[in-house]
Design a protein around this ligand. Structure first.
Ligand SMILES: *[C@@H]1O[C@H](CO)[C@@H](O)[C@H](O)[C@H]1NC(C)=O
Ligand SMILES: *[C@@H]1O[C@H](CO)[C@@H](O)[C@H](O)[C@H]1NC(C)=O
Ligand SMILES: *[C@@H]1O[C@H](CO)[C@@H](O)[C@H](O)[C@H]1NC(C)=O
Length: 617
């Protein structure tokens, strides 16, 4: 056979079978690269097959074909971009201070900038940091925590401190808490990179991400890139198992439930995260929501097959999540007018189309990291309420991590759901709750400071100095500490001066912890700017964005109107266990302006809008 023929045969095969792409570059993988991957046994890790795109198909589970010209962009395991160039020392070590010394220890920075103590938010509810954690899971993954807990567990042993996979947090001698405890180290593993998996030969560390970069409810549909396993293939439904009269995603051996108390607590999700309670609860609510949508659709369209029901229900469920995220959650933390002005949300309730086919779905490393700022708003104890609004107890949130088995028992789920509705979150006032700073992962770790880990990761991710982001977003050239005064008040500039020797040394997360709130919002200004940048990319780059009037299988005007009714209140009423009353504005606290009302007062989505007109005769 001539060479031409061989190529022709290959092309034909490609058309039918799809093309093999390189994850890291999102380009078709060349013969020589494939040979290299084969030689290091990395073909299945670093490359994947994309079946031919059909411009009219639904949003794919793995995110491929979102951009028709670049079908591998925006898929599971495709790297994030950096807003600013990386800053590392010696390849993949944290950058040095301007004077050439090490930057101050992360734990030192944390204890200097964030004090530990109770402080309730005057306006916002515990649902705010809870939903932030869920959204983060839609675009990120917890592979590094899993690695620390399961594979690389000895980073605090003296002989492993210099292990390249380890990067433990050293506790300073004069630590306010651990001065006398004898604990001098907190476990941390180095973030995994495409270089670790041999998926790129580039020098700059490229952090892996096991999620699609679009807001497509990954925690519900595709946390492990094999989402088809969650389907029943009947009636468009996801698989459920019943326990104590309630429905849950299926349990299986792949689940990680380190804190389940045997023998009573056995539930552990096979296809979903068994993570912190808020992520767990939101995943559960959206999971059940899928099935209730599919059942309603089947009632109005009895002739629809499984595939149509599944895809339509998924599309509506994702739209509900996007609607709650953009129009309810974001507006509560950043202010409605700010978001309209920035073009992140639309002024009216109709369609809007800002899709740009030269753009594609992509996540910034900065946004992925900055979302951890919401740790500062998390209350460490979950207040438990029964459905009549009586407080029945408290439960440390972090004792619920990797413990899906607890929720189905007794009335636990009712207590948690009614608590999230009623509990204010931690005030974002430069303080954090005790367990966030001092307890981390109880039982499996002696001590862990989530905020310190966040700051340390900031450096391990090689993010640029804080002042470079101030220049980028606020157009302020910072030469010395006092130049920060438009963003940071005097007291916190002073605290920064005590811990950093040069203003150029300040880490992005430390700057965001120290900043005043953005005007008209409740979060740091730079966090707000990073958010706006990331979300504009998300809308522009997503061909399946729910507000578009001309995407494949787009909503009709009447359907769009129904989707606009999606609220946190509705989600909780329809899917929460033992919930009879909610506030209309679920991200705000209960109060005279936001009273508890019966679920019957929350407008329902009318699925009659999806009824197919029979005009075939
Ligand atoms: C090759 O990689 C796969 C995972 O992709 C692994 O299961 C297998 O053990 C590896 N084989 C060798 C020879 O290293
Ligand atoms: C580090 O992790 C291991 C395994 O999870 C644990 O046994 C050890 O206590 C941890 N060290 C500290 C200081 O918490
Ligand atoms: C940034 O500031 C400089 C001078 O302070 C000004 O000349 C420039 O127009 C500003 N850029 C933007 C985008 O506002």
């Amino acid at each position: 056979m001539s060479l031409k023929c061989v190529i022709a045969v290959c092309l034909l095969a490609n058309l039918a079978l799809g093309v093999r792409y390189d994850y890291h570059s999102s380009q078709p993988v060349s013969r020589s690269l494939l040979t290299y991957y084969e030689s290091v046994n990395a073909t299945n890790t670093c490359t994947f097959e994309v079946a031919p795109c059909d411009p009219n198909e639904w949003r794919r589970l793995d995110g491929s074909c979102n951009n028709l010209k670049q079908p591998a962009k925006g898929t599971y395991f495709v790297p994030m971009i950096r807003l600013l160039e990386s800053h590392y020392h010696n390849g993949n070590e944290p950058r040095k201070a301007v004077n050439g010394e090490d930057l101050p220890l992360p734990r030192k920075v944390r204890t200097s900038l964030l004090k530990v103590g109770k402080s309730s938010h005057p306006e916002l509810s515990q649902q705010v940091p809870g939903f932030a954690a869920y959204v983060l899971m839609d675009i990120a993954s917890i592979h590094d925590i899993e690695k620390m807990l399961l594979e690389k567990t000895d980073c605090c042993e003296p002989e492993h401190m210099n292990d390249p996979e380890c990067t433990p947090n050293i506790i300073p001698e004069d630590d306010p808490v651990h001065r006398f405890s004898g604990i001098r180290c907190m476990n941390l593993t180095r973030p995994q990179t495409y270089q670790d998996f041999k998926c790129t030969k580039e020098k700059v560390p490229s952090l892996i991400i096991r999620a699609t970069p679009t807001f497509d409810s990954s925690p519900v549909y595709n946390q492990f890139n094999d989402g088809y396993k969650a389907r029943t293939y009947e009636g468009g439904l996801l698989i459920t198992e019943e326990e104590n009269g309630k429905l849950f995603p299926p349990t299986g051996p792949r689940g990680l439930c380190l804190l389940n108390q045997a023998p009573k607590e056995t539930r552990c999700y096979q296809n979903h995260l068994n993570s912190v309670l808020p992520i767990h609860i939101f995943t559960l609510w959206f999971y059940r929501n899928h099935n209730s949508i599919a059942k309603e659709l089947a009632k109005v369209n009895p002739h629809w097959d499984d595939e149509t029901l599944y895809q339509t229900a998924r599309d509506i469920n994702i739209a509900c999540q996007q609607q709650i995220f953009f129009y309810e959650w974001l507006t509560s933390v950043m202010g409605h007018d700010n978001l309209v002005k920035a073009g992140v949300i639309s002024k009216d309730k109709g369609f809007r189309d800002v899709y740009d086919e030269n753009s594609y779905p992509v996540m910034t490393l900065e946004y992925n990291h900055a979302l951890r700022w919401f740790h500062t708003m998390l209350e460490d104890n979950s207040h438990l309420y029964d459905k009549d609004g009586n407080k029945v107890g408290e439960m440390p949130l972090l004792e619920m991590l990797f413990r899906s088995g607890w929720l189905p028992h007794g009335k636990n789920e009712e207590y948690v759901a009614n608590g999230f509705i009623r509990q204010p979150c931690h005030n974002a006032d430069h303080s954090i709750d005790h367990d966030i700073g001092e307890r981390g992962l109880p039982i499996v770790q002696q001590a862990l400071d989530l905020a310190t880990s966040d700051l340390h990761k900031n450096r391990l991710f090689g993010l640029a100095p804080y002042i470079d982001y101030v220049k980028l977003f606020s157009n302020i050239t910072v030469k010395d500490f006092d130049d920060l005064s438009p963003l940071i008040d005097e007291e916190h500039i002073y605290k920064l001066k005590l811990v950093y020797k040069d203003v150029r040394d300040i880490d992005l997360m430390a700057g965001m912890w120290s900043e005043k709130h953005m005007e008209g919002g409740h979060i740091s200004k730079t966090l707000g700017d990073i958010t706006i940048d990331a979300l504009l990319r998300a809308i522009k780059g997503d061909r399946h964005w729910y507000e578009r009037g001309n995407r494949p299988h787009c909503f009709t005007k009447a359907q769009m109107k129904e989707v606009r009714k999606a609220t946190l209140a509705l989600l909780v009423c329809n899917n929460g266990e033992g919930v009879t009353h909610v506030t209309k504005h679920g991200f705000y606290n209960v109060g005279p302006k936001n009273p508890l009302v019966p679920c019957s007062e929350i407008p329902q989505i009318k699925f009659s809008a999806w009824k197919e007109k029979c005009n075939k005769s």
